[in-house]
Design a protein around this ligand. Sequence first.
Ligand code: MN
Length: 456
Amino acid sequence: MKDYILTVGLEIHAELKTRTKMFCDSKNDTNETRPNTNICPICTGYPGTLPVINKEAVKSVLRLGLAVGGEVADYTEFDRKNYFYPDIPKGYQISQYKYPLVTGGSLNDVALTRIHLEEDTAKSTHTTEFSFLDFNRAGVPLMELVTEPVIKTAEQAADFARELQLVLRYLRMSDANMEKGEMRVEANVSVRNDQTTMTNDQLGTKVEVKNLNSFKSVERAIKYEFERQTKLLMGGGEVVQETRGWNEEKGETFSQRVKEESHDYRYFPDPDLSKLFIKEIEEFDRGVLEASLPELPHNKRSRYKKDFGIKDQDIEVYVRDEEWGRFFEEVAVALEDHELVKLASNYITSDLKIPISTESLVEVIMMISRGEISSRGAKDILRHIQEVGGEPKQIAKEKNLLQISDIEVLNKLVAEVLKENTGAPIQFLVGQVMKKSKNRANPVMLQKLFLEMLDH
Ligand code: MN
């Protein structure tokens, strides 16, 4: 299989969390459980109704475009994508074809083709007897992001989807919850034989895999397709261009339909909607939009690396969870010292399950650095704070965790033990002092003291 090369392009849809829908003022609420509640004549496709563009939705996509370094269109329009299906009773989906809002850009080192805006369809549920339609979702603003076919592994595809989810959340434009269908991934998978005369930009026949509802299934489905297509090619067969579904239980893809070409959709500009000259619209002012961007995940990663020098694994925890990120930064600012910040980060990621006060953690770290408590003691104190609360110094006293770091007291203990055990190895001597002090002597200082004394 080493002669066969995998190429993947992704198409990712995400529902935007605007207050109202894309072309009407029905409420956009993904948590609504009663079917057909947030609907009106426009989003249910009545003839004679007029859609109106939701500026908030356009703004979100423009901000994303700037965040990924894409080119924002000067001119854009909406098109009708014609097809017949009960979940879109107008007979067409309003989408964008020739003039997407954003072109190019990149994310996670993956080049992007375009980002455009369209409307979501109704949700259909099928039983053996009936099909049900829920229009709460119909007309919800849906952005579609398409990558170039440049992804080389299943893992890279899943990583890209994870990073996009994070960016959408940072921009507060979508919750992008895959389990709730707020973010949906489709993968275009093709395989080619490296030994043929194909040049690098010629790809094998592409197969589109739909219904990928988790990052894990993105990865599994692509791996499955790579194997399926490779086996076909190795056996002298041909890959059929088609759309395939993903069966999570069986762990395999299955043929759904032979893929339409874009001309089957008879795209044409929607005459009911105004054209948008982005530059002339005040709300879309580039400077204002740029200034509204938060610090993005990749910038946060490099800042944490540069300013605090903490482990990549810890950085990822803070980048993925903004609450923990804020907490860590507060602690880091209070501690200043690089080594102490690293130490604090270790305790945050391995000992804290719930947030405690910044002051408490800073105090615990300072107590360790002053040699007042051991790392074992610090763990006990942190557990106690999370379970019942309390103040570090007080807890250390009550639990008898304060170490003896007083040099005179330690010197006395060392002298006693040396007198009682002439010629014994250092580890044994340290152990004897620990015993005498009921485990409260500072072991690091002890080690040092013994080394100094035995040197003389
Ligand atoms: Mn689409």
